[in-house]
Design a binder for this molecule. Structure first.
Ligand SMILES: NC(=O)c1ccc[n+]([C@@H]2O[C@H](COP(=O)([O-])OP(=O)(O)OC[C@H]3O[C@@H](n4cnc5c(N)ncnc54)[C@H](O)[C@@H]3O)[C@@H](O)[C@H]2O)c1
Length: 280
């Protein structure tokens, strides 16, 4: 997609962090932006902030783990603007609990938001976007934990972010088979400063052998926009984007680590060994 001005975007988890930065960036491209978030107060504040910058923004309080609230969000967006061109299913929460802990509550919560939130979003918007005939893209936010190896200390998070990859790959296939004018894409943010990422997490990851660099939500918004413009499916920072968008801010060691872990997982499956090489 290379036309943004006058078109409509919907971003979930839009009141803070990456979603807020994406909303702001798309509004600067001239898009009409609908932000959805469970935190109604933060949402109102973000909408006010972006409007003060001249953006056309609406906020719809939404809990993405509830199918009927996704439906209400889609109704609000289509009623207001007639079409949705860019849907960013970005709302997500962390989840760290040992599997040996007998309480299922964290799993239920994280699956509800990170996995079912994406599925319900696709169900509420997907068919309507396709049937409108308008050009569109549906992007879901995964994570490094969903792409490179398994963050086993955060089982619910890693499992749901892995599942998001699978869901959106299936969506890609369905849209391709239908020759739809709507594409699917996956966003893999690097470690990003937000309620989920901070210098302490960066240090912890480095101490555990992950040569990561803390990026800003605005960086991720830039990455997403560039990826959508170039029609990428896996929108992540590879060495090309590191050079063209971020002046080489990510350490070369990060890409080497990433490749080793990604290959390690595939090789462990082929060689029928255990996941020691890619658990982190
Ligand atoms: N920050 C990182 O390092 C990082 C890295 C990889 C992936 N991600 C992913 O990026 C996405 C955005 O995270 P962020 O870093 O901006 O965190 P954040 O906590 O700053 O923002 C997430 C937003 O989602 C909202 N939200 C949570 N549950 C919701 C629900 N049920 N319904 C609607 N809104 C809900 C929150 O209120 C919040 O405004 C998440 O999916 C996260 O897993 C983040």
């Amino acid at each position: 997609m290379d036309e943004f001005s006058g078109r409509t975007a919907v971003v979930t988890g839009g009141a803070a962090g990456i979603g807020r930065a994406v909303g702001r960036r798309l509004a600067r491209e001239g898009m009409k932006v609908v932000l959805a978030d469970r935190d109604a107060e933060a949402l109102e504040a973000t909408v006010g902030e972006l409007r003060a910058e001249g953006a056309e923004v609406t906020g719809v309080p939404t809990d993405v783990s509830k199918p009927e609230e996704n439906q209400r969000l889609a109704d609000a967006a289509f009623d207001a603007y007639g079409a949705v061109h860019l849907l960013h299913l970005n709302a997500g929460i962390g989840g760290t609990v040992p599997l040996l802990d007998p309480d299922p509550a964290v799993w239920q919560r994280v699956v509800g938001v990170n996995l079912l939130g994406v599925v319900y979003g696709i169900k509420a918007f997907g068919a309507r976007m396709v049937e409108s005939g308008e050009e569109g893209v549906i992007i879901a936010t995964s994570s490094g934990a969903g792409a490179e190896g398994t963050s086993y200390q955060s089982g619910p998070y890693a499992a749901t972010k892995n599942a998001v990859v699978s869901v959106v790959e299936s969506l890609y296939g369905e849209l391709r088979d239908r020759k739809a004018n709507v594409r699917a894409a996956l966003l893999f943010p690097p470690l990003t400063e937000s309620s989920m990422g901070n210098p302490r997490v960066e240090q912890w990851l480095r101490d555990n052998g992950v040569p990561t660099t803390l990026m800003q939500p605005e960086d991720v918004a830039e990455l997403l926009l560039d990826g959508v413009k170039r029609g990428r499916f896996y929108i992540r920072i590879n060495e090309t984007e590191n050079d063209t968008l971020f002046d080489g801010r990510l350490d070369q060691a990060f890409f080497e680590w990433n490749e080793r872990v990604t290959r390690g997982r595939a090789e462990a499956q082929i060689a029928d060994t255990a996941p020691d090489g890619h658990l982190w």
